[in-house]
Design a protein. Sequence first.
Length: 150
Amino acid sequence: MNRFSRQLLKMAVLFLVTTQGALADPCETSDAKEVLQAEKTRLSAQMQNNLDTMAQLLDEQLVYVRNSGVVDSKSSYIDSMRNGNTVYELIEHANDSVRVFGCVAILTGLGKYDVKIGQKPLNLILRYHSIWHKHDEQWKLVSWQATKVP
């Protein structure tokens, strides 16, 4: 490779590296309090069946794994609340642990859930992972998974 070609290749690589960073979404770091507030708002919206707030807080690519093993998307999860198949009567979280990695946060904890699934009342104690992503200065839930505590 001649000197001109090497120089041109170096410039192309440098251009790609610098523009890739400029085109990527900025990752806005924040503290655990913001994420806990978003989670608190979500839990309140679930108990109030506030579908507008839920729609704002749930990411379009949401994967919601219920303790039963059923997996919901954003639309199927909101539909289950809208049609009354999932009704949250009480949610209490304890022992929330928050780990923030730039614009991603992972919440882990224990929760008490009084919920009706298909009109059947359930009183559950669940361990959960709740994964949030901050984009355009707003936290959105991207993943949830819960497991029953025996």
